[in-house]
Design a protein around this ligand. Structure first.
Ligand code: ATP
Length: 463
């Protein structure tokens, strides 16, 4: 079978034979490739692409097919320009780089040649760097992991290293990992570490805050929208979290915040290991490592039925509990040093800690765990000159309990609270707790799924 047509006179530039390209089996053949694949004419026209290529370039098939490769350099990244230039010279190349979609790939351009040496097309493949290497001798060497730009490496005591090793080896075996522990104990930090988030050439790491997923958004956010489908308002489709995490880690933070409907859909996805984009019936596979986290009381949620037990069994193949900071004096010491170094970078005079301040640090109970320790040191750096004394130890006020907030919501003359007062008092408690937990009003608004203006208005009203 000949894959080219001799209808172009110049020997160097024959054309791909249309019949061959139009055969549906050939499209299915390209889809079966785990890498992004495109078939091109020698003049740079894109004839066929597979879904993986769409994903890597973050461009829809409709925009790609029929257009010239060079046209997409601006949207997809300079790497595409290099490939287009090589194709123009009918030169075979292999280049690596990061695309504008934030995917790091090795791109190979092969020239398809006739027996007499003429060129009739080109095959482009994009292989994503950092596809999970299931072997790998460096799998447990977290210390050697480079920090992401602008992010310091986490502090790892031997106890935390042991937890990280267990998480990494579970992921290596393909088991889902559930991280539990009080707020601020470092579950997200650990997930990022084992998912190699931010490291150069790292596989994708997709962090999903489950509390922000409403039922209406769940399918589109998780599974994406098929380009050009009736539901696609952008015409370029939408990349879902699952597809974006393909080859890497999907981190479902606060997984217990998923609504009952979302929990059911997640079970279906985990059971079949396949999903469909909104607006498409095609079942797709995504190779993801699943890491979930929660600071909620799981056993209570399971007992009340608020969290589905079938979902629990799927996500908790390996459960790792992060200890509270008050139970790890060695971590308090190591983190104090770490945060102080960070605070002193560029600070004059450098902040030193008095022995009384250190004693307060050692004796504190840290209900907000590592987040709280960082906060205490930040406050000391903001209020002290060069030496943090006992008076500079300002721990956040203990979060008011809902009962206290509600009990104290009656009239000043001791009259019983109205229903409206009770609801407002409870709302105030929720808002304050969330602001303390997330360290900012913006963070709290995001976590509560309300806009910042609403949160500010409500906090003013409840004061
Ligand atoms: N080992 C560590 N070294 C340095 N900083 C850390 C470490 N662990 C956590 N932190 C910092 O402490 C803060 C809280 O950590 P993180 O967000 O991982 O907690 P979490 O357990 O996910 O909290 P939550 O349950 O509220 O989501 C973050 O600013 C994080 O960078």
């Amino acid at each position: 079978m000949k894959f080219y047509a001799n209808d172009i006179t110049a020997l160097g530039h024959r054309r791909l034979r249309p019949g061959f390209i139009d055969e549906p089996q050939f499209g299915a053949f390209l889809e079966a490739f785990p890498d992004g694949v495109a078939l091109l004419e020698t003049d740079g026209t894109i004839k066929l692409v597979n879904s993986k290529l769409e994903l890597l370039l973050n461009l829809a098939r409709g925009d790609l097919v029929g257009s010239e490769l060079a046209r997409h350099a601006k949207t997809a990244g300079p790497l595409v320009q290099k490939l287009a230039a090589a194709l123009q010279q009918l030169k075979r190349i292999e280049v690596s780089g990061t695309l504008n979609s934030q995917r790091t790939v090795t791109a190979s351009l092969g020239i398809l040649r006739t027996p007499d040496g003429g060129a009739y097309g080109a095959l482009l493949t994009l292989r994503e760097a950092g596809r999970p290497h299931r072997e790998g001798s460096d799998k447990f060497r977290f210390e050697a992991e480079p920090a992401a730009a602008g992010r310091a490496s986490p502090v790892l005591t031997p106890r935390l290293q042991a937890v990280a090793r267990r998480a990494a080896s579970a992921i290596e075996r393909g088991s889902a990992v559930l991280l539990t522990g009080e707020t601020g104990t470092g579950k997200t930090e650990l997930a990022r570490l084992v998912g190699k988030a931010g490291a150069s050439n790292a596989p994708p790491f997709v962090h999903v805050n489950c509390g922000m997923l409403t039922d209406a958004q769940f399918d589109a956010e998780m599974f994406g929208i098929e380009p050009g489908s009736a539901l696609d308002t952008s015409t370029r489709g939408k990349l879902g979290f699952v597809e974006a995490a393909d080859g890497g880690t999907l981190f479902l933070d606060q997984v217990t915040d998923l609504t009952p409907v979302a929990q059911m859909k997640l079970v279906a996805f985990l059971e079949s290991q396949t999903f469909s984009r909104l607006g498409s019936v095609q079942r797709r596979k995504a190779r993801i490592s699943l890491v979930t986290a929660t600071n909620a009381d799981l056993s209570a949620l399971l007992a009340s039925g608020a969290f589905r037990s079938d979902l629990y069994y799927r996500i908790a193949v390996v459960t790792l509990d992060l200890p509270a900071l008050r139970d790890q004096p060695e971590l308090v010491a190591a983190l104090t040093e770490h945060f102080l170094r960070r605070l002193n970078a560029g600070r004059t005079p450098a902040l030193r800690l008095s022995s009384t301040f250190m004693e307060r640090l050692a004796a504190h109970a840290y209900p907000g765990n590592i987040r709280e320790l960082a906060n205490i040191l930040e406050r000391a750096a903001a209020t002290a000159e060069d030496m943090a004394l006992a008076e500079h130890f300002i721990a956040p006020a203990p979060a008011p309990s809902p009962t206290n907030a509600i009990m104290s919501s009656g009239g000043k003359d001791g009259s019983p609270a109205s229903f409206r007062d009770l609801v407002q008092a409870f709302e105030g408690w929720v808002l304050e707790k969330s602001i303390a937990e997330h360290g900012s009003k913006r963070g709290a608004a995001k976590a509560l799924g309300i806009d910042i203006a609403t949160l500010v208005r409500k906090t003013k009203r409840t004061r």
